[in-house]
Design a binder for this molecule. Structure first.
Ligand SMILES: [Ca+2]
Length: 334
């Protein structure tokens, strides 16, 4: 009884110091205990849960990164230019030359352009150069413990433990981005579970290696409905008389879709547009609402269903534009 009382008093003392890192660590450790119970009751073996969670630490810098995301402040032109330059194209071509046999085979098998796969790998990790060095289990645990998106990251961490438990992913290679993304194409655990494949049949999925990572990315794009050899976006100049409701500036949902021929009256020099009139499209103006003082109508793009598939991969209007632009840059070189 006395022992319990002392423990409780000590606990209250620590809670009173909730701003101190000591108290934070205590709270984090309590959270880990709760999470472990949850993981075991969801069917993951106790050995794996104990083993994987034994080295987990709270990473304050992950919270710092979570609160700061530069692409929200960068204008579209700068964002795209940085990510699709000639140096990047050259680096991608060198990788393609080296891995041509495998990449061509994967393109044929999954019906996804090699240029798109190269573009995604180039933008996600600069062709495997920036895979991230963060301990993913600790990153996901930190973000699960944090209140902002706790539910989402807790479920990602549970999925990751299940993948380890089933022997699909090896625990000792789990280093990646601060947000828990992994490998050449920065897959989150849920993406690994749903779309990653062991393409070379060696009983483990290796997303830092060319074969499995390219096949997994191609399988993902195929399953979410990317259509080979159909366009992604067209850069346009808008007339000022386009009703504002047609201007999409949020990546969450692309709205007010119409056929290309409907939008033509609002586009300068529309007779020069080399796009099927009946293709379903939408207008996006990514700088509007985000860049202070941005012109509402510039830059503007017509986007099609393929563009939305890239948003599915990563909900950022600029990200999807950069991927499709880099893809086009490769197209002229391969
Ligand atoms: Ca494999």
């Amino acid at each position: 009884m006395l022992k319990n009382l002392i423990t409780i008093n000590f606990f209250i003392f620590l809670i009173a110091l909730s701003s101190s890192s000591l108290a934070n660590n205590l709270e984090f450790n309590l959270w880990i205990d709760g999470f472990k119970k949850k993981a075991i009751s969801s069917g993951i073996s106790k050995n794996v849960v104990d083993d994987v969670m034994s080295d987990v630490v709270f990473l304050p810098k992950v919270i710092k990164y979570d609160r700061y995301q530069p692409e929200f402040y960068e204008d579209t032109f700068t964002y795209i230019k940085k990510r699709t330059n000639a140096k990047k194209v050259k680096k991608g071509l060198a990788l393609y030359k080296k891995e041509k046999l495998i990449i061509d085979k994967i393109e044929g098998r999954f019906l996804i352009e090699k240029e798109l796969l190269l573009a995604l790998m180039g933008i996600e990790t600069n062709f495997g150069k920036y895979l991230g060095k963060m301990d993913i289990v600790s990153s996901l645990a930190t973000l699960s413990f944090d209140k902002r998106r706790s539910e989402f990251f807790t479920s990602e961490l549970l999925i990751l433990l299940k993948l380890i438990d089933k022997g699909i992913i090896k625990k000792d290679i789990l280093f990646g981005s601060w947000a828990g993304a992994f490998g050449n194409f920065q897959f989150m655990p849920r993406t690994i579970r749903n779309y990653a494949i062991d393409y070379n049949n060696n009983q483990t999925i290796e997303l830092k290696k060319i074969e499995d990572s390219f096949a997994s990315a191609a399988n993902y794009l195929n399953k979410i409905g990317w259509k080979k050899n159909t366009p992604c976006y067209t850069k346009i100049e808008l007339n000022n008389d386009i009703p504002k409701r047609y201007l999409n500036s949020s990546a969450r949902k692309i709205e007010n879709k119409k056929k290309v021929k409907f939008f033509k009256k609002y586009i300068k020099n529309s007779e020069k547009l080399n796009i099927d009139d009946n293709l379903l499209s939408a207008v996006i103006t990514p700088d509007k609402d985000i860049i202070p003082g941005a012109n509402t109508y510039t830059p503007a793009y017509l986007v099609y269903s393929n563009y939305e598939k890239i948003l599915n991969w990563n909900r950022s209007l600029r990200f999807a534009l950069a991927v499709c632009k880099l893809k086009n840059n490769f197209k002229n070189e391969i």
